[in-house]
Design a protein around this ligand. Structure first.
Ligand SMILES: [Fe+2]
Ligand SMILES: [Fe+2]
Length: 395
C-alpha cells in the first residue's frame, strides 16, 4: 500500500480528512500527525510516498517541516494544505513544496492531487533517479534571461509585461511560474499555461520575492567541462515552440490549446536541463559519446529526457496536456490519447527542427500522424516551415 502522511495541529481538520478519504482506506495507508515533530518521528520509522501539511502550526511551522523532509526524505512528494495567505510563508513554501492546496479543499481536488502524486512512482521507475528529480525545486535559467529579469524587476517602475516577455523565453522560469499558478500557491489553482499571463497574475511583488528573497530563480553556471549548451537548448526550444504554434493555428485551435502548445514546445526538452543541472559531469560525458536519443539516455540514466521532464512537470502540477506532450514527444504512439493536440504539434515541430539542425532523418511517426488523420496536412506544414526558415535565413 502506498503511504500518505497528513499533518495538521487542528484535530477537526484531521477528522474531516479521515472522513473525506475513508473510501480509500483499503488502497492507501493513511497516517495522521498533530505536529511537525510528530510527523518527523513517524517519517523516521518508515517512508511515505506523499506528505500533506498545514503551514501554521505551533511547534514547527509547515515551511520548517518541509525543509527537513526535503533534506532527509527527498523522495517524499511534499504538498501544502493550508488556509494561510501569509506572503512570507508562501514564498518559503514555493522553495520547499511541490504543490499547494488551499483550505478548505474540495474533496475531488484533494483526491485527484493525491492520486496524481501517487502515480509518480510509475513514471520514473529507478528509485535513485526519482529521488534526485523529486529533490529539484527549481532549475537554473540562462544567465541572459536571469539578468534581463533582475534588470526589469530592479527598475523604479517595473513592467510586468516586460517581465512576462523574459519568462516566456526561459524554460526554468516558465515551469516555475506555471507550477505556482496551477497549484494554489497564489490563490489561482486553475489551468493556466500562457507564461506572460501567468507572470502578470503573480504580479511584480511575487516576482521580486521569487527572484531576490526566496530565491527560486537563478542563473545557470556552466562548468568549463560542459558540452551541454543551454543557449543551444533554448534556441531549439524557441524554434520548436514557433513551429508547433503555427501548426496548431492552422487547425483553428482554441486559445487554451494554443497556450498549451506554446508551453509544451518551450518545455518539451526540459528533461535535458534537469539532467545537465543535476548530473553535470555524467551528462557531459554522455553527450560526448552518444546522441541524445531516448534509448541511449535510458541506458545511461535509467530514463529518457522526455520521461524525466514529464515527471518533473507532473510533480509540479502542470496541466495534463503539457505533461503528455513532454512525455511522448519522441514516441507519440505510446500516448493512449489519439487526437490532435499539443503532443502532435510538438512532435512534428521537434522532428522538423532536429532534422534541420542535426542532419538526421526526420523522426516523424507517420503511422501515428495517419491515425490522427493528419497525413494530408503534413506536406503543407513542412512547406510552411521551410519557407519561414528561408525567410529567417534571408533576413
Ligand atoms: Fe526531445
Ligand atoms: Fe527537442
Amino acid at each position: 500500500m502506498q503511504r500518505i502522511l497528513f499533518v495538521d495541529d487542528d484535530s477537526s481538520v484531521l477528522d474531516g480528512l479521515k472522513r473525506m478519504l475513508r473510501p480509500f482506506r483499503h488502497q492507501w495507508d493513511m497516517v495522521f500527525a498533530a505536529s511537525g515533530p510528530e510527523a518527523l518521528e513517524l517519517l523516521s520509522r518508515g517512508g511515505f510516498d506523499v506528505m500533506l501539511t498545514d503551514m501554521r502550526m505551533p511547534d514547527m511551522n509547515g515551511a520548517e517541516l518541509l525543509t527537513e523532509v526535503a533534506r532527509r526524505y527527498p523522495q517524499t512528494v511534499r504538498i501544502i494544505l493550508s488556509g494561510t495567505w501569509d506572503q512570507d510563508l508562501r514564498m518559503k513554501a514555493a522553495v520547499t513544496a511541490h504543490q499547494y492546496l488551499a483550505k478548505p479543499c474540495h474533496g475531488e481536488r484533494l483526491r485527484g492531487t493525491i492520486q496524481r502524486a501517487l502515480a509518480l512512482r510509475e513514471k520514473l521507475a529507478i528509485p535513485e533517479l526519482r529521488e534526485s528529480i523529486t529533490r529539484v525545486v527549481a532549475l537554473p535559467s540562462s544567465p541572459a534571461a536571469f539578468e534581463a529579469l533582475t534588470g526589469v524587476l530592479r527598475s523604479a517602475a517595473p513592467s510586468i509585461q516586460e517581465a512576462g516577455a523574459v519568462v516566456s523565453r526561459d524554460m526554468a522560469m516558465t515551469a516555475k511560474v506555471l507550477q505556482l499558478a496551477n497549484s494554489t500557491f497564489f490563490g489561482y489553482g486553475r489551468h493556466i499555461t500562457n507564461p506572460a499571463e501567468t507572470t502578470a497574475y503573480l504580479g511584480v511583488e511575487s516576482m521580486r520575492a521569487l527572484t531576490f528573497t526566496a530565491p527560486v530563480f537563478s542563473a545557470y553556471a556552466s562548468p568549463c567541462y560542459q558540452r551541454f549548451s543551454l543557449d543551444a537548448l533554448e534556441r531549439h526550444a524557441g524554434a520548436v515552440t514557433r513551429a508547433a504554434v503555427e501548426i496548431a493555428k492552422s487547425r483553428n485551435c482554441s486559445k487554451q490549446m494554443l497556450d498549451d502548445t506554446l508551453v509544451a514546445g518551450l518545455l518539451h526538452d526540459i528533461g535535458k536541463l534537469a539532467l545537465a543541472s543535476e548530473f553535470p559531469r555524467q551528462y557531459d560525458e554522455f553527450l560526448a559519446d552518444a546522441p541524445d536519443f531516448p534509448d541511449a539516455e535510458r541506458a545511461a540514466f535509467g530514463a529518457s529526457h522526455s520521461e524525466i521532464g514529464s515527471y518533473l512537470l507532473w510533480l509540479w502540477g502542470l496541466p495534463d496536456e503539457v505533461v503528455e506532450a513532454v512525455a511522448f514527444h519522441h514516441e507519440p504512439a505510446n500516448c493512449p490519447r489519439r487526437e490532435f493536440g499539443p503532443l502532435a504539434a510538438v512532435h512534428i515541430a521537434d522532428a522538423l527542427e532536429r532534422h534541420a539542425s542535426l542532419a538526421i532523418d526526420p523522426e516523424l511517426d507517420r503511422n501515428y500522424l495517419g491515425e490522427l488523420g493528419l497525413t494530408s496536412q503534413l506536406p503543407a506544414w513542412i512547406e510552411d516551415w521551410e519557407r519561414r526558415r528561408a525567410e529567417q535565413g534571408a533576413s
